[in-house]
Write a protein that binds this ligand. Structure first.
Ligand code: NAG
Ligand code: NAG
Ligand code: NAG
Length: 334
């Protein structure tokens, strides 16, 4: 008895230790991401030839449909979230919200997009867009998606274009830029006018503190008679897209908004072109660039895994499933 006790204690400790190591490996897997410089070199080697791969595009659309069904699921609708159903927050453990008479009327009946969308442009906010002259190419797409209410004022038009059909708005932006919409709503209403009558896509049910500001954004727009429709991102969709990319080796705590949008576009569009996706501090000719095309505020590190995401997108570019623009556009079209 006296002898057995310490031994079983030891085995408890050993298995606890093993458990810890396994957890550690799960969170921080042993693999080496290429350095920024290696990635840039690989992009340079690829050159500028790009060929659309119809088979690859169809295959990827099927994969997206099987995992995440973007067509039906990307937004919370009356159809996929009827009264009494439960929305599980995808960014939190075990938090949910039951659809009740307060929230149900705010949902659109069904996915409002005219599908299939033909040529889609997904515009990230990378500093690579500055002086790119890509505005015209972006505006020529049939459906333009942008991230996080980016500025579209005149000084940027030439580089980022003017048209928008869907723009994401994270609750954190509502909090930081518009005092959580607890005071005047005018600044918010004026600021979203830049997006014409585009959809405002909000992850209202990802983190609990994000729900109230998202609902306030909905009411602010509705009460001001705005043309914009707020679509709430369906947390089931965000969760399944996250799992899809995790299965392909993206180990971030949370995917970037950009990768969610690209996934959505790959599921809904016949052709996808990306602009402003370039998470490195120098361009292809080693010139330093700012973090965003409009400022140089760096993000929290460790939350998203941008270079990792970039590599995934670059693989899709190389196999002709989407086209990434990482250089000035005038050169590409001439
Ligand atoms: C086209 O896409 C398919 C499926 O991803 C892939 O197997 C194939 O190699 C691609 N073709 C080219 C030319 O990249
Ligand atoms: C929700 O609203 C419907 C119609 O307005 C009403 O019939 C129903 O009783 C309400 N349910 C609850 C739980 O308040
Ligand atoms: C709403 O859209 C219509 C047609 O697109 C336009 O004529 C009208 O001026 C817009 N209203 C507002 C408030 O933006």
């Amino acid at each position: 008895m006296f002898l057995r006790c310490p031994r079983s204690k030891a085995s408890v400790w050993i298995s606890a230790l093993c458990g810890l190591v396994l957890c550690w490996l799960y969170i921080y897997p042993v693999y080496r991401l290429p350095s920024d410089k290696e990635i840039v070199n690989e992009v340079l080697q690829q050159g500028e030839v790009w060929k659309k791969n119809e088979t690859g595009i169809n295959l990827f659309r099927k994969l997206m449909k099987a995992c995440c069904d973007p067509q039906k699921m990307f937004a919370v609708t009356k159809e996929n979230s009827p009264l009494g159903s439960v929305l599980w927050y995808d960014g939190e453990l075990y938090h949910s919200r039951t659809v009740n008479n307060d929230t149900y009327p705010l949902f659109v009946q069904e996915t409002p997009l005219q599908l299939p969308l033909k040529k889609c442009a997904v515009v990230g906010n990378g500093g690579i867009l500055k002086r790119s002259g890509c505005g015209r190419a972006i505006d020529q797409a049939d459906f333009v998606m942008r991230c996080n209410l980016p500025p579209l004022s005149k000084e940027y038009t030439e580089d980022v274009g003017t048209r928008t059909h869907l723009v994401t708005a994270n609750p954190s932006i509502i909090e930081k830029r518009f005092q959580n919409l607890l005071w005047s709503r005018k600044a918010f209403i004026d600021s979203v006018k830049a997006y014409g009558n585009s959809y405002i896509y909000m992850p209202a049910f990802s983190m609990k503190p994000g729900t109230e500001p998202s609902l306030r954004a909905y009411y602010s727009l509705a009460d001001s008679g705005s043309n914009q429709t707020v679509l709430f991102a369906n947390p089931d969709f965000l969760w399944s897209v996250g799992r899809f990319w995790k299965g392909r080796g993206v180990h971030a705590k949370r995917l970037s908004t950009g990768l969610f949008l690209v996934s959505l576009a790959l599921g809904l569009c016949e052709e996808v072109a990306l602009y402003g996706f370039w998470p490195f501090s120098v361009d292809l000719r080693q010139r330093p660039i700012s973090h965003h095309y409009y400022d140089n505020v760096l993000p929290f590190s460790g939350f998203h895994a941008m270079p990792e995401e970039f590599l995934q997108l670059w693989h899709l570019h190389k196999s002709g499933i989407l086209q990434m623009h990482v250089e000035a556009c005038a050169r590409e079209s001439s």
